[in-house]
Structures are given as structure tokens and as C-alpha cells.
Design a protein around this ligand. Structure first.
Ligand code: BES
Ligand code: MN
Ligand code: ZN
Length: 494
């Protein structure tokens, strides 16, 4: 796909599809007025009569008189005062879906109304570009025949009244890079477990390392043993598929600047192990590596943009399967930290692989560590599918992540990590148990992780409800790449 940013008069533009944004109860943008005037006032009339005020409503007008565009597509952003980032996201996504669904190969989007639409023009544009491009995403990689394949748009032009300021150009570039990162995250998430194994995640990291000159080290089963990651290995011992521990380093900042470390849960299939899951929707456990996929996605974004930060990605990757060699309920294992863990439920495996990666993270003397994991079904019960769970041992870090999520229309909500919950992890036989009972399942999972994250500022994103969609739209969402990208862009001071 190609992107361009220009100043151009939309009423004179020859394009298959001219997109106008409409804010209800706000004076029309100069671009809207110019097209309306060229149409002799017809545009305004049609919009008044046929465009619903509801955010994301679309009106397609083929061959609007007086305008060379083949069609004009107007999207309602809803009421100006009610506009929030995630509404802007869904409106732009509606355009993207329409463009992709109608086989439009090139579209020009009038962005004049955007700076007015949100307080911070650059953030708004970044969000708009990202959501629009992301909405044109398709996944055909493993179809045998792709007949009547709807073509993705090949060209998107972003139009401004005047020559866009450097800041806006950067914001658009960032939006496109975020969507590119998200596409990688979605591709990996969507691949089934027989295509996306721990080795596949490592190979993807390898291609990123080649493309962007990143430092990469990959450990296999023996390497993980030598590192002493007994907890991670306990999960991996039930599968024939070789586990991997992937470390990826991006150095865009000052040589001595402390890195931000991202840790992604890479369970390429979670059957539950001996504590086997029920059969219903078990296929969706191929998405249990979406934390790992977001780490790889965000590396693509950050490296594409060359952000002036230092970033480390750590990915423990394995399947969780039952077998004659699988770890059993009641088994006690020794983690890299030296703490022993009683595995009371083999389906609480995410925390078992993450804890060793969190201990490993200490060696980087990180500025902060953020882990991303499809960790608990309880998080879906608490927050549903709209909001990621956030827990942290540092409220300032939590606040920055919440703010970034809000700005990016990719929101998270903080749950408490009060000491009282730690008691639920008591074990009669080891330093701690890997489950804390039914009450507050997402919190006790984070409590478990917190025992391994004492050496630095740490936050945990539980994306069990947000990383993929079920039902007719089943597929990976690429979340929380937009949240993380916004956070890192802000960290980079850009
Ligand atoms: N990967 C799952 C969490 C999950 C379940 C995410 C459903 C999305 C949808 C995780 O490994 C898991 O199985 N967690 C258990 C923990 C329990 C055994 C304490 C859960 O949530 O049931
Ligand atoms: Mn599990
Ligand atoms: Zn899992």
C-alpha cells in the first residue's frame, strides 16, 4: 500500500473516492465547504437528509455533480463535544472497511476536520491514519484458493488545506507504522498453532532483526535449561514442539540509556495441559501468543520509525499440552529467581513462563518492564472485550500507560495490586502456588508475577479480552500495539 500526504483542493481532485469527515454541530471544514460549493450546495443537502448523526455512519454519493471525484464518501464523527479517541477510531475504521469492501483501489481522505476534532492534532492524526489503515487489513495467508479476493486499497492519500506542518507529517507516518506493526501482530495471532510454533515466532524475530539491524538471541530447550528457567521448562515439558526463549534488542537511544523491556506471553497453543480445558472454543487458544505477537509488532513499529529509545523484547514461547511427560498438578518447580512454585493447575501456565522472563529482565537494569499477556479468563469477566486490564507496582507508570491507551483509543483500566491478595498464593509445599482460587483471578495472577518483578518499575497488561474477537469476526485485533506505540512515542518525546 502507498501513502501520500498533500495539500490539494479536494473539489478539483480526480480520485476514485474522496472521503470527507463530518462533525455534527460544528462549522463545516474548509474542505467540506469547498466540495459543497462546487456541487452547488447539493452535498450539504444530501448530508442533512441522508447522513445519520451516529458516529461511524457513512453516506456514499456516486458522481456528485460539479466534482471530478468518482464518489464522495462522508463519515459522521458524531457530535463534536462527545468525540473521543475510540469514537474517532471506529469512524475511521468504518471508512477503511467500506473502502476495502467496495474494492476501491485508491482513496483520498480530507483531514482538514481532524485537527479540530481532537485537542491534540498530531495524536488525532496518528490515530486516524492507524485506524484507517488497520481497517483495510486482510488475512488470506492460509487459504488454498483466493477467488474473488477483494482487493485491498493500493493507495491512500491524506489531504490538507495547506502544506501540512512537519509535526503532522510525522504523526501520519507514525499512524502508518503503527498499523504495520499491528498487521504483523494480527498475522501471527491469526495463524493456527500448526503454522505458528515457537520456532515461527523466533523466525519472525529473526526477519525483523535482519531488516532493522536488531540484536537477537534465541535459546532452544537446552539453552533454556542452561539459563535455569525451571518454571518455563515445566510448561514446555509436555510438548514435542521445541520451546524458544527470544531476546530482541533495539538501540535507538543513547548507548547508556536504560531500556524499556517488553515481555510477551508466547503460548502458541494452550490446551490447559493435564488440567485440560473444556472443548468449546478451544481453537481460540491459538491466540494465546498474542502478547508475544504484540511485542514483535511493536518492534516493527518502533524500528520503522527509528524512535530514539532503547527497547528490549523478551518472549518465552511454548505450547501447553498434556502428555506422558507433561507437568502434573502438585509438581513443584524451581524458577530462575530461585523461588519454588507449586503448580496446582497446569492451565495457569502463562505466569509460569512469564516469571522466568521477568527475572531475566533484571539483567538489563531496565527503566521499566511491561509484560503483555492473554493471562486470565477472569479479566474477560471483569472488563469484557473493550478494555485491557492493567496492574502495576508503580502508579506513575500505570498512569502513563492509561493515558496512552486513552489517547490511542486502545484503552486499559487499572485493577488493584493490594498486598492482601498476595495471601491467596500461599502454598503448603513451596514458596508460592501458581493459582489463587476463584476470587479476583486477574489480580492474583498479577500478584504472582509481581513476586518476580521487584527489582524494577513494572506493569502488566492482561489482554485476554482484547487481543482477539470471537464469533463471525473471529480474528486477532492487534491490540495493544496502539497503546504501546503511543506510550513509546511519548517516552521518546515525539
Ligand atoms: N490463556 C488462558 C487465559 C484465557 C482464557 C484467555 C480464555 C482468553 C480466554 C490462561 O492460560 C488460563 O488458562 N488461565 C486460567 C487460569 C486459572 C487456571 C487460574 C483461566 O483463566 O481460567
Ligand atoms: Mn492456560
Ligand atoms: Zn494461556
Amino acid at each position: 500500500m502507498e501513502f501520500s500526504i498533500k495539500a490539494s483542493a479536494p473539489e478539483k481532485l480526480r480520485t476514485p473516492c474522496l472521503v470527507l469527515l463530518h462533525l455534527v454541530g460544528q462549522p463545516a471544514s474548509a474542505q467540506f465547504t469547498a466540495v459543497d460549493t462546487a456541487s452547488g450546495g447539493l452535498l450539504e443537502k444530501l448530508v442533512k437528509r441522508d447522513l445519520d448523526d451516529k458516529t461511524g455512519s457513512l453516506l456514499s454519493i456516486p458522481a456528485l455533480p460539479g466534482v471530478p471525484a468518482e464518489r464522495v464518501l462522508v463519515v459522521s464523527l458524531g457530535a463534536a463535544e462527545a468525540l473521543q479517541p475510540q469514537l474517532l477510531r471506529s469512524s475511521l475504521a468504518a471508512i477503511g472497511k467500506w473502502i476495502a469492501g467496495n474494492k476501491v483501489t485508491s482513496a483520498s481522505i480530507c483531514c482538514g476536520a481532524l485537527p479540530a476534532a481532537l485537542t491534540d492534532a498530531a495524536t488525532g492524526l496518528r490515530l486516524a491514519a492507524q485506524s484507517l489503515v488497520d481497517a483495510t487489513y486482510r488475512f488470506d495467508a492460509i487459504r488454498g484458493k483466493v477467488e474473488n479476493k477483494p482487493r485491498s486499497p493500493v493507495e491512500l492519500n491524506f489531504l490538507f488545506d495547506a502544506k501540512p506542518a512537519a509535526e503532522l507529517r510525522t504523526a501520519l507516518e507514525q499512524g502508518v507504522a503503527i498499523a504495520a506493526g499491528q498487521a504483523l501482530t494480527r498475522d501471527l495471532g491469526n495463524l493456527p498453532a500448526n503454522y505458528c510454533t515457537p520456532a515461527t515466532l523466533a523466525d519472525t524475530a529473526k526477519s525483523l532483526a535482519h531488516e532493522y539491524k536488531l540484536k537477537l538471541k534465541v535459546y532452544d530447550r537446552q539453552g533454556i535449561e542452561e539459563l535455569g528457567m525451571g518454571s518455563f521448562l515445566a510448561v514446555a515439558q509436555g510438548t514435542q514442539e521445541e520451546p524458544r526463549f527470544i531476546t530482541l534488542e533495539y538501540k535507538g537511544g543513547k548507548a547508556k540509556a536504560a531500556p524499556i523491556v517488553l515481555v510477551g506471553k508466547g503460548v502458541t497453543f494452550d490446551s490447559g495441559g493435564i488440567s485440560l480445558k473444556p472443548g468449546e472454543a478451544m481453537d481460540e487458544m491459538k491466540f494465546d501468543m498474542c502478547g508475544a505477537a504484540s511485542v514483535l509488532g511493536i518492534f516493527r513499529t518502533v524500528a520503522k520509525l527509528g524512535l530514539p529509545i532503547n527497547l528490549v523484547g523478551l518472549i518465552p514461547a511454548t505450547e501447553n499440552l498434556p502428555s506422558g511427560t507433561a507437568v502434573k498438578p502438585g509438581d513443584v518447580v524451581t524458577s530462575l529467581s530461585g523461588q519454588t512454585i507449586e503448580i496446582l493447575n497446569t492451565d495457569a501456565e502463562g505466569r509460569l513462563i512469564l516469571c522466568d522472563a521477568l527475572t531475566y529482565a533484571e539483567r538489563y537494569k531496565p527503566a521499566c518492564v511491561i509484560d503483555i499477556a492473554t493471562l486470565t479468563g477472569a479479566c474477560i469477566i471483569a472488563l469484557g472485550h473493550h478494555t485491557s486490564g492493567l496492574l502495576a507496582n508503580d502508579d506513575a507508570l500505570a498512569a502513563e500507560l492509561l493515558t496512552a491507551g486513552r489517547a490511542a483509543g486502545d484503552r486499559a483500566w487499572q485493577l488493584p495490586l493490594f498486598d492482601e491478595y498476595q495471601e491467596q498464593l500461599k502454598s503448603n509445599f513451596a514458596d508460592l502456588a501458581n493459582i489463587g482460587g476463584r476470587p479476583a483471578g486477574s489480580i492474583t495472577a498479577a500478584c504472582f508475577l509481581s513476586r518476580f518483578a521487584k527489582a524494577y518499575r513494572w506493569a502488566h497488561l492482561d489482554i485476554a479480552g482484547t487481543a482477539w474477537k470471537s464469533g463471525a469476526d473471529k480474528g486477532a485485533t492487534g491490540r495493544p500495539v496502539p497503546l504501546l506505540a503511543e506510550f513509546l512515542i511519548r517516552q521518546a518525546g515525539q
